[in-house]
Design a protein around this ligand. Sequence first.
Ligand SMILES: C[S@@+](CC[C@H](N)C(=O)[O-])C[C@H]1O[C@@H](n2cnc3c(N)ncnc32)[C@H](O)[C@@H]1O
Length: 259
Amino acid sequence: MSISGTIKGAALPFYKWIYDAVMGNKESRYLYYRLAVFLSTRGIAPLLAPSASSVKERWRRQGQDSAADNPATYAVEDASVRELFRDVFPCLGKDSRILEIGCNAGRSLNYLYKNGFRNLTGVEIGPEAVELMKTAFPEAYRGSTIIVGDASDAVKRFKEGEFDLVFCHSVLVNIHPRYNHIFRDMARISRKFVLILENEGSCTAYPRDFKRLFEKEGLKMVAFRVLAGADAAIPAPFEDRHIYVNNTIRLFVKDKSSF
Ligand SMILES: C[S@@+](CC[C@H](N)C(=O)[O-])C[C@H]1O[C@@H](n2cnc3c(N)ncnc32)[C@H](O)[C@@H]1O
């Protein structure tokens, strides 16, 4: 359990003081970020990150009480969606079975649908986001199987090799390290590919060494790109200290001959 989820009452100002001191300084924030990657990769919550229950609740209630997480933000196809599939598209037949974890209002599923893929499944914890998909992308919604629920539970119920591609866009840094089994399950249920786009510089959440985690499960990383995000004015590349723009795309394969 992380400290931020348990501190209440009189200790809260003290916690906030530490948080501001660490995050307010570029050097200490970077050191904290490196520590957060180390801990989250090993299943331990970084001290200043939200608790498991609060982060789930935040996403479950998105669109209900917080403008910041409004699903409308994600109902827009942008360059990140097109970039995400650039490396894997040439390797996929149109009959590929594809699972998206944390599909929100379905912009990536809609992109796949527009590109002729018809065997699509999404898992999303926020019911409001799925409601929005019905109106934002009605054809993709009707043509996909959408499961409303917690991905860390849902992945356990899929069969081994049930999908050719398992992917997510900006989701894994929001999954608490307590649920690190999700990496094993994503590898298990994919027959060929695991594809992720993550803001790896999310130092206030749960950044991880994704290469290490998936390769531990027997996958091989075959593509890696840094994607300058919405804030592209701040220069990449990765490992520079501008950690908020380190959106990366990583493609993993089960068998190198399929890429
Ligand atoms: C930053 S948003 C990205 C949304 C979407 N992937 C996109 O790019 O349009 C993170 C998404 O992950 C979902 N999410 C977070 N934790 C989840 C969980 N435990 N199970 C399922 N979805 C989750 C959130 O509800 C949200 O839709």
